[in-house]
Design a protein around this ligand. Sequence first.
Ligand code: ATP
Ligand code: MG
Length: 295
Amino acid sequence: MPVLVDINLTIREGEIVGLLGRSGSGKSTLLRTVGGLITPSSGTALYRDRSMTGPPEGISIVFQSFALFPWLTVLGNVEIALDALGIGRDEVRRKALSAIDLIGLDGFQSAYPRELSGGMRQRVGFARAIAIEPVLLLMDEPFSALDVLTAELLRTDLVEMWRDGKLPIKSVLLVTHNIEEAVMMCDRAMVLSSNPGQIIAEIAIPLTHPRDRQDPLFQEVVDRIYSVLTKRKVESITPSIVGIAQVLPNANVGPIAGLLEALAAPPYNNEAELAELARSLSFEVDDLFPGSGCA
Ligand SMILES: Nc1ncnc2c1ncn2[C@@H]1O[C@H](COP(=O)(O)OP(=O)(O)OP(=O)(O)O)[C@@H](O)[C@H]1O
Ligand SMILES: [Mg+2]
């Protein structure tokens, strides 16, 4: 199954690029390819003009799930990233403490992840990622496991540090489901379609920081991205027959029974266009029958 097709993406110095798309569109796959964790089955992923044979030095990732080692302290979790660089012990300690300080965790060096709130855990994730002073920082939905206010605080802190040139980073690629988050933080947003993932829009966000959600221009960009993301492509779907080679998605019995009932009742009487049925049930066709365009 091709996940990504025809991707042409360049991340330039000095910019934060947002990557948006529906669940399963291939955002994480693309982010991991950019990070050298996945080798593309065709085409090339270049880092500073050289093709990658694994994760290169100079790229780090912040994960949605924080991905901290529970048996290491905050300091240990940050130092472990620096240890991999093969620099001296003192240098490791100095850089780790400075990242911890910068990211607002001063005083928590000796705490274990279980002793921290979610927001603080993700701050450790950020400290670990920036401690190695990466050229490119990759973030895969870094705020989505946090409550609204904590996420907002962390976002604002990061944008401020970025704007003030305090972060030792040249560029950022941010994967997010949250359109407002992208418009709040990014210089441009790339939108991926699903099945297969293709870049269907590149939207510049030429707003100055600090950005204001109430600003009509802000809302205009949000609306533009929203309309690209939710564009109904029902007309462009080519009907095909479901063969036995196609794996059907898992579904519960209840919703299937409901679907059959709706299909059996008038006005359909056992036969319906999938797109029409989806519309009458207020579903996106992709949600009603993921990965398919067939009736
Ligand atoms: N290791 C893998 N092996 C095979 N298929 C995979 C693998 N990882 C992801 N996929 C498939 O690639 C597609 C894209 O997955 P991906 O995780 O990149 O989506 P996503 O856009 O990040 O979704 P979400 O928003 O839910 O995180 C999915 O169909 C998924 O099943
Ligand atoms: Mg993902």
